[in-house]
Design a protein around this ligand. Structure first.
Ligand code: TRP
Ligand code: SF4
Length: 404
């Protein structure tokens, strides 16, 4: 059972936390911008996930969603290359979540590490709720709804992706084979067009009767090239080649980014507070002030004390933003006490300002045109729904809910 085409599809989501900072940019968005040119990408603002923890203060969610959309667009996530949408505008996520909840053992949810951990960390909130327990299942639905093969996430999300794989496997095990698989596969063959379907049939025959692996591979390549048939049909055709059923929900895989996690300006976690991170839309003055106030190697009390860059958060930022030569200059100047800390920070301020300038210009355009942002998201939701509906037709039917 092959699922090569789902390997071309990427899904990821982000909680609408409001304005995004440099950590999001280097850790996530730059990666998405790259992926959108290589894969079919669905990027989802998961407002329902925000509700699982912030249901008592939900008034800010919609504003945060819009603000995050602006930052995505400003960072270069492009509606002509990727599908950007709001989770709650695609109600199919809720239906799949509900259907999967029927087969998801409670123990699986209770065992996801983030469950107890977050409950502990967010003690000021009552997270003894049904919705919060179901957080990973909602995330699994986000992914499986698009039969995506790849999910770009940070390492902290690995347990959630593993969980989504478990759910997919269980679903396939329970409902894997469509009842009328054969006739659906035949119908899919007819959709290929005369020439291609004849080729497919003969390649399949060669493989099945003579074990011709070459023919199998060629047939797969032929299916892979088909742009006009649905992913569901493509999966059927793959399955039919080998004589087995269609894989209803392919198991997704995490795609870990290479970017190291940026720490906060104080060396701790970024964005614990407003002043501990540089936001993509901070003004040049704010950027300058934040960097000037950044703590440095604590052992470097006097200008004449040599410092140790590896103990200094400013150095971390140099590595992410400055050119090789500047990094070397800072490293040597620090260890030899040849430069002072303010001197060291100056080129960093410049390079961050320069990095963010084009992005901020784009952000301004979108900020001044909220209707454009809304229409991008609405269009994205429509595109996402088209795909989501396909999956749900198959899922409902597999689970015995077909009344036509
Ligand atoms: N749980 C993810 C996070 O906190 C967000 C998320 C929701 C997500 N649905 C997703 C990520 C689907 C990837 C795919 O970062
Ligand atoms: Fe940090 Fe630069 Fe000061 Fe060294 S010179 S402690 S790297 S700010």
């Amino acid at each position: 059972m092959s699922s090569m085409d789902s390997q071309r599809r990427v899904v990821s989501g982000m909680r609408p936390s409001g304005r995004l900072h440099l950590g999001h940019y280097h850790g996530v968005l730059k990666n998405w911008v790259r992926l959108q040119h290589e894969y079919e990408c669905f990027f989802c603002i998961v407002d329902w996930h925000a509700l699982t923890t912030d249901y008592e203060s939900s008034g800010e969610i919609s504003q945060n969603v819009m603000s995050m959309a602006v930052d995505w667009l400003a960072a270069g996530v492009s509606p002509s290359s990727a599908t950007l949408f709001i989770q709650s505008q695609v109600p199919e996520h809720a239906e799949l979540h509900l259907l999967l909840s029927m087969i998801c053992p409670l123990g699986w949810l209770e065992r996801v590490p983030s469950y107890k951990e977050l409950q502990q960390n967010l003690q000021d909130k009552n997270l003894d709720t049904y919705g919060f327990l179901g957080y990973p299942l909602l995330q699994a639905a986000d992914i499986l709804l698009y039969r995506a093969g790849l999910v770009p996430v940070g390492a902290d999300q690995l347990p959630h992706i593993e969980f989504a794989r478990d759910v997919a496997r269980r679903f396939n095990h329970l409902y894997g084979r469509e009842d009328d698989f054969e006739s659906k596969a035949e119908a899919a063959i007819r959709k290929l067009g005369k020439k291609t379907s004849r080729l497919y049939v003969s390649l399949r025959k060669n493989y099945q009767e003579q074990g011709d692996v070459e023919a199998l591979n060629t047939a797969r390549a032929v299916i892979k090239e088909q742009q006009t048939i649905t992913i569901g049909d493509q999966e059927r055709l793959y399955g039919y080649l080998e004589g087995c059923g269609k894989l209803l929900l392919p198991e997704p895989q995490a795609l870990l980014g290479e970017a190291p996690k940026l720490s906060g300006l104080d060396g701790g976690k970024m964005a614990k507070s407003n002043s501990n991170a540089i936001y993509l839309r901070d003004t040049p003055t704010e950027i300058e002030e934040k960097i000037r106030r950044m703590p440095t190697d604590p052992a470097r009390v006097h200008r004449s004390d040599p410092g140790e860059p590896t103990r200094c958060p400013v150095w971390q930022m140099h590595l992410a933003h400055s050119e090789e030569a500047v990094c070397q200059w800072a490293e040597q100047g620090c260890r030899s006490a040849g430069i002072g800390c303010l001197e060291c920070k100056a080129p960093l301020i410049d390079s961050i300002k320069a990095d963010l300038a084009p992005l901020q210009e784009r952000a301004l355009d979108y900020e001044q045109n909220p209707d454009l942002v809304r229409s991008i998201l609405a269009e994205g939701a429509e595109r996402a729904r088209d795909e989501a509906r396909e999956t749900l037709i198959d899922v409902r039917q597999a689970m015995g809910l077909n009344y036509r």
